[in-house]
Unconditional design. Structure first.
Length: 117
């Protein structure tokens, strides 16, 4: 009888910490998963409370390469980033953190998932 009452409590405790929910901290290296070869986007993010800042590198297929700066906000599970490229171009990334290693989102409306490296 006692085992039956402890089991639901244990399931709730472990269910909340299984790594399948949105991450609390997005600090670290994240890379885009492009559907075509020759392009890359790598972001090195640092989170302080709800604010995100960082830097990154990019390679565009048949285009330029360079560095960028990142600023934005994260209110679990919603992420909003502004990418400021070295050439003066800006883009917006809007996403939803799926778990501690995956973000589903879009860069200026183009679907672009990010994965923690």
């Amino acid at each position: 009888m006692r085992r039956a009452s402890v089991l639901p409590i244990l399931l709730l405790l472990f269910g909340c910490r299984n790594g399948l929910g949105p991450a609390n901290d997005l600090s670290g290296t994240w890379a885009a998963t492009f559907s075509f070869p020759g392009s890359s986007l790598v972001l090195n993010l640092s989170q302080h409370r709800l604010s995100i800042a960082g830097s990154g590198t990019y390679v565009m297929e048949a285009g330029g390469t360079g560095t960028l700066q990142v600023d934005g906000s994260y209110q679990r599970p919603s992420l909003s980033l502004s990418l400021h490229y070295g050439n003066g171009y800006d883009q917006t990334y809007i996403g939803t953190v799926q778990d501690g290693a995956h973000i589903a989102g879009a860069l200026n409306g183009y679907p672009l998932p990010l994965a923690r490296q």
